[in-house]
Design a protein around this ligand. Sequence first.
Ligand code: AP5
Length: 213
Amino acid sequence: MKVIMLGAPGAGKGTQAKMIADAYGIPHISTGDIFRANIKNGTELGKKAKTYMDKGELVPDALVVDLIMSRFAEDDCRNGYVLDGFPRTIPQAEALDAALEKNGEHVDVAVDIEVPDENIISRMGGRRACTNCGATYHVKYNPPKVDGICDVCGQKLILRDDDKPETVKNRLNVYHTQTQPLIDYYKKKDILRTVDGTQDMNKVFADIKAILG
Ligand code: AP5
């Protein structure tokens, strides 16, 4: 099963993608997590990506497409995957379709998690992320067991640099101009399914499970 998660920054794509990955036994592939790991490790890719991410801009398509194509070649992808944060532009979506078509494959479902912009701004300020294992929390809606510490690996939780309000506003603008057109792209292919992302995260997941079967 090949699933794409769509939605604004902070809509809950990562939260739901992790739940899908656990429930369906497929890998969760987040381009944002891959870039953050590269930044942490000081790689050339990480240095390039950071200049865009800190401003809330998208990393250029060419860098992202090469990166994701090499990830698909790994063994754990043979039964599919859930993509979180990719594709994010029409050229990325076309590159994905072209790569899959070469092997007679296709995307099965694109799940759009709908959350209005006003909810997003308040959500992002409360998000806390683990720089070690990538787990995410929310101080109010999904708090860790011990304040400021990751439940999974025991490392410190941080507020992401790009979760500051002025950067979130730019990320939302970038989303509306460059990523939202993907909703029509997948609607035309008849694989778009929409869920209400303002509900409790377990209810959002129940709706997604009803779609995926
Ligand atoms: P990326 O890491 O993909 O960020 P994003 O898309 O902006 O998404 P987020 O991770 O911010 O949010 P999310 O939707 O996953 O929400 P989450 O589940 O954490 O990308 C970062 C940057 O990398 C981009 O800006 C760009 O520069 C670059 N990049 C990445 N991919 C790229 C690509 N393909 N092309 C070019 N550039 C790329 O939830 C948010 C918070 O809300 C959490 O605290 C969570 O606990 C809480 N929450 C979740 N669900 C609920 C709920 N139902 N109710 C209440 N709270 C909830």
